[in-house]
Design a protein around this ligand. Structure first.
Ligand SMILES: [Zn+2]
Length: 80
């Protein structure tokens, strides 16, 4: 099950912000900035590609809201 269905993951699209025709450097800048938010896991570029950055907080308990997010995700899945 994807961490997105638990509500503790985000995917951020990476853009060529400095218009140098490369995106890896922009990915690394975002990675450096977002590491300060102490994610439990950051998908390495070798897996995610440089087009997006996946972070999640799988080791952080989100309490009742967390359970609610799982419930809502399951309900959406059942509806298709
Ligand atoms: Zn993701």
């Amino acid at each position: 099950m994807s961490r997105h269905q638990y509500g503790d993951a985000i995917d951020l699209q990476v853009f060529d912000n400095n218009h140098d025709g490369q995106i890896d450097d922009d990915w690394n800048k975002m990675y450096a900035a977002l590491s300060q938010t102490h994610p439990s896991y950051v998908e390495p570029m070798s897996q995610s590609g440089s087009g997006h950055l996946h972070l999640d907080w799988r080791n952080v308990s989100l309490g009742c809201e967390h359970e609610g997010a799982v419930f809502r995700a399951s309900a959406l899945e059942e509806k298709g």
